[in-house]
Design a protein around this ligand. Structure first.
Ligand code: DOR
Length: 435
């Protein structure tokens, strides 16, 4: 598909772009891949052209397209779980124009060659833009720093050893000092591996009842505290991946207040589920960091609402039945999320102080800024990167309808509210489900 949006008119649609103070029922015109007009009556006679495609608003919302800071697309190396083509198709269906792909591929993305290969493959596929995240250390081994300048020149927008924590304080200090020179965010997977060895889930009452080894909150909090101290000392940009504990939230809030250049993301599953989901030894709910307790979920929601948690990231982590249809101690951690995120989270608006404006900011503008990308914008002149949603549509994700190659989500067949109907990325229609 991928036709450039030649002449597309959204008529009487709710155009909502909180970063530009826009919330109005207006016409939005997209011509040759750019937004050319936003306003009442703007689409009455679009360029006088008869070939315009007109999409009636009919209660739908047009939003700046989404940006995901944290996905695993598994190419190179694990294409049986996902590849760049299927991952970008899933992203398009989820309303995304940009995704940032983690380096725990095989080979690890710790060199310019791998970064370039990923970018080239994504360009070949077309559609949603892929921005690689390079490794912090060679082979994700936590010792020798990668050539971050090379990675950046090849297209990397950040560095991370995601899946593994940079455990050494000295290595993290050096990584922050080095990345500062390139203004790259250092994205930390906050886990003290000594405290989590052999863990299958959150450490608490449920893990005790199930007889499973637990991953205590403090294993996350220790690294967050240490890294915030280091980031403040070095004056570098530091970003916390998939925050899951109330303690980490408090540490982030205090550090931001004192001016540390820290940012953070939260996933849909940590905002919605608790460790009770693992009752029944459900491998579909095994994820790293693990699902926590209701008090953590409440703290995460409040922190998303007040901006302490800047961005929503899916941590889309595809796994095949080989890694999931087994006993929990053998199962790989991770859930897919790209196609479900918006429908999962829209229902949180109005509770715990979360506004629609903050939700859209956390899905689009805030992550774009963290990755150093031009935020999608609903303003005349901007490259068209837009997501049309039906806010009241109720739907249930069915395994057969997913674009992702993997099915590992506990949300299959759950009723979601809010559906992505059309995505424009880089000026092209990359997903179109308008009947
Ligand atoms: O659950 C997770 N899965 N957490 C991670 O940090 C890595 C990811 C993966 O690559 O599967």
């Amino acid at each position: 598909m991928n036709p450039t949006a030649e002449l597309l008119v959204f008529r009487a649609v709710r155009a909502f772009d909180p970063a530009r103070g826009l919330d109005a029922v207006v016409d939005v015109v997209v011509e040759r891949g750019r937004v050319t007009a936003v306003g009442a009556g703007a689409g009455a006679e679009p360029g006088g052209a008869a070939h315009a495609r007109v999409i009636e608003g009919g209660g739908r919302w047009l939003l700046p397209a989404f940006v995901d800071l944290h996905v695993h697309l598994r190419e190179p190396g694990h294409e049986y779980k996902e590849d760049i083509a299927s991952g970008l198709a899933a992203a398009a269906a989820g309303g995304y124009a940009h995704v940032c792909a983690m380096p725990n591929t095989r080979p690890v993305n710790d060199t310019r060659a791998v970064t370039e290969a990923m970018v080239a493959r994504a360009r070949e596929v077309g559609g949603v833009a892929l921005h690689p995240i390079g490794a912090i250390t060679r082979g994700l081994e936590g010792r020798d720093l990668t050539e971050m300048g090379d990675l950046q020149r090849a297209g990397a927008v950040g560095v991370s050893d995601d899946g593994r924590c940079v455990s050494s304080s000295l290595v993290m200090r050096r990584a922050l000092e080095y990345a500062r020179g390139f203004d790259l965010p250092v994205i930390q997977h906050c886990e003290d591996h000594e405290l989590t060895a052999g863990a299958d889930m959150h450490e608490g009452e449920i893990s005790a009842r199930l007889g499973l080894r637990g991953w205590p909150r403090v294993a996350e909090d220790i690294i967050v505290a240490r890294d915030l101290a280091l980031a403040g000392y070095v004056g570098a940009r530091w970003h916390a991946a998939h925050v899951s504990t109330s303690g980490a939230v408090e540490l982030l809030r205090a550090a931001k207040d004192r001016g540390v250049r820290a940012t953070a993301e939260v996933t849909p599953h940590h905002l919605l589920l608790t460790d009770e989901a693992v009752l029944g030894y459900d491998t579909g709910c095994k994820v790293n960091p693990p699902l926590r307790e209701a008090s953590d979920v409440a703290a995460l929601r409040r922190a998303l609402a007040d901006g302490t948690l800047d961005a929503i990231a899916t941590d889309h982590a595809p796994h095949s039945p080989l890694e999931k249809d087994c006993e929990i101690s053998q199962a790989s951690p991770g859930l897919i999320g790209l196609e479900l995120c918006f429908g999962l989270l829209l229902g949180l608006v109005g509770s715990d102080g979360l506004t629609l404006g903050r939700l859209v900011d956390a899905l689009s503008t805030a992550p774009a800024r963290i990755a150093g990308l031009e935020p999608p914008a609903l303003v005349p002149g901007a490259l068209a990167e837009l997501t049309l949603v039906a806010p009241d549509e109720r739907w249930s994700p069915a395994a057969g309808a997913l674009r992702s190659k993997s099915r590992n989500t506990p949300f299959l067949h759950r009723e979601l509210r809010g559906r992505v109907l059309l995505t424009i990325a880089g000026g092209r229609v990359v997903f179109d489900a308008i009947g």
